[in-house]
Design a protein around this ligand. Sequence first.
Ligand code: HEC
Ligand code: HEC
Ligand code: HEC
Ligand code: HEC
Ligand code: HEC
Ligand code: HEC
Length: 504
Amino acid sequence: MKLRLPYSFYNLTSYIGAVIALIALFMFIFLYALTSISGFDKAYIGIVIFIVIPFFLILGLLLIPIGMLNKIRRQKKSGEIESRELPVLNLNLPNHRNATIIFAIGTTLFLFLSAFGSYHAYHFTESNRFCGTLCHKLMVPEYTSYQLSPHARVKCAECHIGSGANWYVKSKLSGLYQVYATVANVYPQPIPTPIKNLRPARETCEECHWPQKVYGKQQRKEFYYLPDEDNTRWEIDLLMNTGGGNPALGQSSGIHWHVNSDIDIEYITTDEKRSSIPRVIQTNKVTGEQIIYNNIEEPLEEGDGEDSFRDQRVMDCIDCHNRPGHIYNDPSKFINISLASGLIDDTLPLIKQVAVEACLQEYETTEQAFGEIKNYIQSFYQENYPEITESKNREIEKSIAGVQQAFSQNIFPEMKVRWENYPDYIGHMTSQGCFRCHDGKHAGDNGEMISHECVVCHLITSQGTKESAQHASMQESLDFQHPIDIGEEWREIGCYECHSTPPL
Ligand code: HEC
Ligand code: HEC
Ligand code: HEC
Ligand code: HEC
Ligand code: HEC
Ligand code: HEC
């Protein structure tokens, strides 16, 4: 029996539409079944199944009525059929009946598939695979550092998008431009930071870390290897005055005081990276009391930073924790970590210094870096310690691999990602961090300075090498001792001024 359809269906456009829709439907079912059964799932196939194929399915389905309407219009014009306002549906005619049945079944199937497809498309575009691997080269640094961060199990979308349809749509719209930028190869390198339109931290971070949760005090152990022949290990124990707490219970002090719900700290920045802060405005939201702090050495001038960079922000989590998911350490720090974990052998003389020197060079590609790091370290030992090249060859080889690995987790030459381009604002060693405001130069209109004493933020509870360690008595802080004798200079100039690139 021949399936009879309304006369208007028989036209080229509708035929093409039907064929496209059928092929797309078949491909969708086939590929979906294939990936479900074989467990083969890669970001690219997800794009094909949930974005490309549905696009063609809808296109095909649209072509069918377009072709039909076109044909009817042409026939009306030429007088082949009489013109009526609306078409007449007569279920007694087999071709009308068939069309109605096909339309009803087709629509049901289509609605079902779109619900199913968009559910999967939603989950797919929120997945780490989609965010982290699709633009391959582009996201390698962020994805690598993310996997090593304390948030390795938190989805990209939970910080970058948050919950709710509103931000989902916003982020996908800006994502469209990014897809274009990637395909057209016009994306900036390095990817600019900070992200201008990141969803306010209060709606993302606070989903997991609500501020009423008391942070209290926190013990931190920092360790370093000095650039001497023995790679002497130096340790500093800090008791961080993390603070925070619940204002309703009267607990509010310490570092998390800035995000207390009764307080607003606003600041004006005049550069892209938010590193220069000439003015800070502190408002007590309960009493309305305001204190304005100005940088006395570099006050805010009319027209500073012009409109593009000048920005006024209310401080939130991101102003200190700006690298919770993507930490790019400087060579001194990442070599310290690898020495401590044994990936680099600390019995090799001067290995700390040599490794840092090798990583400080600017390279074009990771591959090139690997080669030159190897050369640099090998030739150093050949020239300066020929006997060790013989006796400790295995240790040298292992350490080279350790340096290369640490390098590849922190520096990404292809994307120009280095610690200098992505300053971490949590402390004050490699960037100004807290010292953007707490630098002893911000004077309030109440006559007080924004505090600068070391003990406001942390107590030094012990410091030194194993042999020379000093310990503080309870609730007291040691006076900081710089591991290498630089006199009193650290009191006068910020640590970051020497340490933003490891001083050697
Ligand atoms: C713990 C929260 C968190 C998670 C999880 C997270 N990010 Fe981020 N990401 C941030 C923050 C915060 C910034 C910096 C924002 C700023 O300074 O304005 C950022 C910045 C970025 C940037 C801009 C470049 C840069 O390094 O500053 C990219 C790209 C990025 N993230 C991609 C990703 C991808 C891909 C994933 C998942 C694989 C991910 N992020 C997971 C919080 C997160
Ligand atoms: C989906 C939940 C989730 C979100 C959203 C989230 N975090 Fe976390 N965060 C965690 C978990 C889990 C840990 C690990 C807890 C631990 O180690 O005890 C963590 C740890 C941390 C730590 C301690 C890190 C360390 O070195 O121990 C900081 C700081 C932090 N998060 C800040 C943030 C900031 C800032 C944001 C927003 C950009 C954020 N988090 C968003 C779940 C989350
Ligand atoms: C003024 C800067 C600053 C702001 C603003 C800030 N933090 Fe912190 N936060 C710190 C410092 C400093 C620490 C101490 C730990 C460290 O040195 O890494 C810390 C520690 C933490 C920890 C780990 C605490 C623990 O006990 O393990 C979490 C979680 C955290 N912050 C979340 C947040 C969230 C969420 C916000 C926003 C509501 C926020 N912070 C705002 C500076 C800040
Ligand atoms: C945008 C400017 C700004 C930045 C950046 C900033 N602070 Fe503050 N902070 C202030 C102001 C203003 C005060 C109130 C004046 C004071 O007590 O010194 C303050 C007060 C404090 C206090 C005393 C709170 C109390 O108990 O009364 C601590 C501790 C503190 N900050 C730690 C930090 C740490 C740690 C960082 C970096 C992770 C940091 N701040 C970054 C502006 C800032
Ligand atoms: C405004 C708060 C603040 C002040 C003032 C401050 N610090 Fe810190 N300091 C921090 C924070 C926050 C960290 C932790 C950084 C991190 O989490 O990595 C830190 C880390 C350190 C570290 C460990 C550095 C590292 O990353 O290995 C040393 C050492 C230190 N501070 C010494 C000092 C000395 C000495 C002073 C006084 C001249 C001082 N600090 C003043 C907030 C402060
Ligand atoms: C005048 C420059 C200068 C200033 C200012 C300075 N340092 Fe240093 N610092 C050095 C030099 C040089 C070294 C030895 C080279 C090295 O280890 O990288 C060093 C080494 C260190 C080390 C051990 C090595 C390592 O692995 O990083 C620590 C810790 C340190 N400094 C902390 C600080 C702190 C904290 C401050 C601020 C309170 C500070 N320094 C200020 C020059 C400086």
